[in-house]
Design a protein around this ligand. Structure first.
Ligand code: APR
Length: 311
């Protein structure tokens, strides 16, 4: 394969994403974890490589603790960090994950100075800001994964509620990847029809609430970690859109320079992802209420960014 994706962090999200990239034969895959994890990345990488003949994939998968093996990556997915435990908010993770993501970014840049980085580690929008500042990459090349996951959750709930194929659903979620995220029901549709015309207000509100708390719902059920199947799938959809230059419009956390009235902050907005990374930010008109919700969400991200001094 002539494309290379490195996944930093061989935990639940990293391994799920790496396996999916290999299975779909999108690129060769390097999965890296710290030496203290004693062979976990190496073991998982070999296991994935051995799954490839069954999956019919010629992707080469390598597990490692050595950043030299990540050299020349087209895309680097960062999942390194601590996962949320029950009772812990995403924001509690802030300081610890900031240190981890900062050191990971420095090492990634040494070996792949022109890569596109997709942070997944939480709290996502703040970690994307860390990657952006630390890497010095242009904003087109730092694209945080959050909105694809949040809208996938919303789509699953809409499909369940209306007993329709998930393929007929589209969901629109803006804002930071936290409790203040902004699901937009009037832009969320089934076969092109807004859900506000298909469901009563109470049901729509319940779907919006469940979407905004979708991560916490899984944390509570799992007891010992946070979601990883849907986060893994979500980042792979972004990877695929870039590697295949599909130009999909996906909600991603990107550095806003005045779009949506937000300046100098990573916040989730609809983005076109193609070979050059972030190729366009799609601006849509918001109602006064939606705009206020987005501003509130951006303010929550700003608070975190100030704590870690990454303005
Ligand atoms: N460099 C590389 N890997 C690291 C580093 C580091 N400096 N520090 C920690 N890791 C690794 C851990 O060793 C672990 O294997 O990151 C991995 C994280 O895996 P899990 O604990 O299984 O967490 P996971 O569920 O994958 O979530 C990772 O993604 O969705 C977010 O909130 C989630 O921030 C969390 C991240």
């Amino acid at each position: 394969m002539n494309r290379k994706v490195s996944v930093i962090g061989a935990g639940n999200v990293g391994a799920t994403a790496a396996r999916s990239i290999a299975d779909k034969e999108l690129a060769d895959v390097v999965i890296l974890d710290i030496p203290q994890m004693q062979g976990v990345a190496q073991g998982k990488g070999l296991d994935m490589l051995e799954a490839c003949p069954v999956e019919g994939s010629d992707a080469r998968v390598l597990g490692t603790s050595d950043y030299a093996d990540t050299a020349g990556s087209d895309i680097v997915v960062i999942t390194a960090g601590l996962a949320r435990k029950p009772g812990m908010s995403r924001d509690d993770l802030l300081t610890k994950n900031c240190a981890i993501v900062s050191s990971v970014t420095a090492q990634v840049m040494e070996h792949s100075p022109d890569c596109i980085i997709m942070p997944v580690t939480n709290p996502l929008d703040a970690m994307a800001q860390v990657v952006y500042r630390k890497s010095g990459l242009p904003r087109e090349r730092v694209i945080g994964m959050a909105g694809v996951l949040d809208s996938a959750r919303m789509r699953a709930f809409i499909a369940q509620e209306l007993d329709v194929s998930v393929e007929n659903t589209h969901a629109f979620v803006l804002g930071g990847h936290g409790d203040t995220m902004v699901p937009l029901p009037r832009y969320s549709t089934v076969a092109g029809v807004p859900i506000t015309e298909l469901l009563d207000k109470e049901t729509v509100d319940a779907i919006v609430h469940r979407t905004a708390h979708g991560g916490a719902e899984i944390v509570k059920l799992l007891g010992t970690g946070s979601a990883y199947y849907a986060p893994g799938s979500a980042v792979v959809e972004m990877v695929e859109s870039v590697l295949k230059d599909k130009k999909k419009i996906l909600p991603c956390s990107v550095f806003l320079n005045g779009e949506y009235g937000v300046h100098g902050l990573f916040v989730g907005v609809p983005c076109k992802l193609g070979a050059n990374g972030l190729e366009q930010i799609i601006q849509i008109d918001l109602t006064a209420e939606e705009n206020a919700a987005l501003k509130k969400s951006a303010a929550a991200v700003q608070e975190l960014v100030q704590v870690i001094d990454m303005d």
